[in-house]
Every structure is written in C-alpha cells, then in structure tokens.
Design a protein around this ligand. Structure first.
Ligand code: F6P
Length: 325
C-alpha cells in the first residue's frame, strides 16, 4: 500500500452547516499528525479543473462558526463521466495528493466509491448533509442545525396561524427522507407530519383530517416532507377543495434551511468525525465513511453508507400521533 503523505479535502453536493467545522478538523488533525493538506475547490469540479490549494492550520482559522463551506460546493457533471474522473485522477497525482476526503451526502459518497474502484485511490467520506439519510451513522453533519432552524421557523408560523385560525402546510427539505419533517413536527408541537416512510401520503392526510382538525383546536400545522409530486401545495389545494370552510396557507421553507451558523452539536460531531478521518487513515482504513453510532465513531463501507433504506425509528410516528391530539 502506497504511503500517504498528502490529503486532499473537498465538499460536494448540497452544503450543510458544520462542513467548515469538518474541514477545520480534518486539516488540523492531519497537520498535527504530520500530513500535508490540500483544499480542493468546488467539489469534484475542482479536481477535474485543478482548483487545488495548499492548506495550513491558518487556512481554517475562524471558520468553525460559519455556515456553508469555504471550499464551495457543486454537483459535478464532468465527474460523472469516465473522462472527467480520469482528468481528476491526473490532477490529483500532479498535486501530490495521496488520499481524498469527501464531505457530502449520498451522491458525493457514491462518486468517491466509483473513483476509488477505478483508480485505486484511498478515499474517506464524511457524512455532510442536512437530510440525515446516510446509512450506518446516527447523525449527519448539518442535520441538527437544520432541525433547529426549522423549529424556529415553525414557532413563528404558529403565532400567525393561531392569530388567524388557519391551517398551515409547512414544507421542509429532506429529499427522500422524512427525518427533518418528523422530528421538527415533534419539536414544534405540530399537529401532523407527512413523510415518505409512513403509510401512503393520501392516508396520512386522511388521518389528519379524520382526527377532526378543528375539533379542539382552531389552528393547525402540518409539516410536509418535500416531494416533487405531492409537496405542501398539493395537500393545501386538496384540503381547500374538499373542506372549503378551512382557511389554508402554505409555507415552503426552502434553502434558508441549509444556511446559518452550525449548532454546538454539529460542531462537535464535525470535529469528532473530522479527527476520525485521520485516525482511520493511520489505521489503514480505505473507502469508508466515518460515522457515529451510539456515541462511538465507526467506519462504514461506502457500499453501506449509500444504501437508500436508512430506517426511521417508527416510535417517532406514534409519539407525534399521541402528543398532537
Ligand atoms: O440534500 C440536501 C438538499 O438540501 C435536499 O434536502 C434537497 O432536496 C436538495 O438538497 C436541494 O438541492 P438544490 O440545492 O440543488 O436545490
């Protein structure tokens, strides 16, 4: 196995609060243990185009509290092609990078997996996504901050919903996963959540209506997990059509959910996992994502991490149902 002297870091896919804390942790921990570090800009595009810069401990000063990513991010089209990946490999060699650290979500780690297979490059992943949908880790970097942002927004929507006695359908991100929707619904005292992991969307709406939305309450909040076909707008229109007596509004939170200073929890998670990258490399680990399970840092093979069936604890559905009567 080739000795690793220099580590390249990139952030890829949708940004998430805490990515900077992760970049800082990987950089400082690597330098501390004698490695050189290079920052790669704009995700995999930066590898393909050779946007690579030497990093020192100062390169990551004062970034732990910042949202977004100082390395910028992208969803690279060129890296999806064999020619693009070849170019990326050549640039990596030219820059003297021996191992690649990829901070990102499902698509980004899938890219790392293919790259590692094609060119025998040691790759280590960090779970950086607000969606919390990576298998093998209890939490992903950015999820906690986004959850708190959503709850803050819903608390505000609650004020106006109560004043006007309205039903609000609030749409939150999550791609194909309902972690953000279900947990923000519990934390904000919402009346219901519509998530992909539960029964059909139509059944979930029926349940909410069936419970008698206004029996004991004169306003309601339903958190809806984003979906191209049936987002918050879809349900609002349906309720308006079938129950014209209700005053219905929609609020789509959008990209504000991805911004902001990371929570303490995300900063600590990013710091632990970032330091874990270097421990993993020294441990001879290759092509794994560093995750956290039961408060222990764990190594998750890429093939597991990118599985699309991370389970949601079904008791969360019961808790929301019971508490929203
Ligand atoms: O994966 C993170 C995420 O924010 C998803 O929750 C959302 O579906 C998607 O990215 C939005 O992507 P974009 O920034 O390209 O609109």
């Amino acid at each position: 196995m080739k000795k690793i002297n220099c580590i390249g870091i990139l952030t890829s896919g949708g940004d998430s609060p805490g990515m900077n804390a992760a970049i800082r942790a990987v950089t400082r921990s690597a330098i501390c243990k004698g490695f050189a570090v290079k920052g790669i800009y704009r995700g995999y595009d930066g590898l393909v185009n050779g946007e690579i810069k030497e990093f020192t401990t100062e390169s990551v000063s004062n970034i732990i509290a910042k949202g977004g990513t100082i390395l910028k991010s992208a969803r690279s089209q060129s890296f999806m092609t064999p020619e693009g990946r070849k170019q990326a490999f050549e640039n990596m060699q030219k820059a003297g990078i021996d191992a690649l650290v990829v901070i990102g979500g499902n698509g980004s780690l899938s890219g790392a997996r293919v790259f590692a297979q094609e060119f025998d490059v040691p790759c280590i992943g960090l779970p950086g996504t607000i969606d919390n949908d990576l298998y093998g880790t209890d939490l992903t970097i950015g999820y906690d901050t986004t959850l708190n942002t959503i709850v803050e927004c819903v608390d505000k929507i609650r004020d106006t919903a109560t004043s006007h006695e309205r039903i609000f359908f609030v749409e939150v991100m999550g791609r194909d996963a309902g972690f953000l929707a279900q947990n923000s619904a519990i934390a904000s005292g919402a009346e219901a959540a519509i998530i992909p992991e539960d029964s059909t969307d139509a059944d979930q709406l029926e349940q909410f209506i069936g419970r008698g939305i206004r029996k004991s309450k004169n306003s309601s909040i339903v958190i809806v997990s984003e979906s191209p076909k049936c987002g918050a707008m879809f349900y609002a229109e349906r309720v308006k059509r079938e129950y014209p007596q209700y005053d219905v509004r929609v609020s789509i939170l959008g990209h504000l959910q991805r911004g902001g200073s990371p929570s303490a929890r995300d900063r600590i998670l990013a710091s632990r996992l970032g330091a874990g990258v270097i421990d993993a490399i020294l441990d001879g680990q290759r092509n794994v994502m560093i995750g956290i399970r039961n408060d222990e840092v764990v190594y998750v093979p890429f093939s597991d991490a990118i599985r699309s069936d991370k389970a949601m604890n079904k008791s969360l559905i019961r808790v929301l149902d019971e508490l929203s009567i």
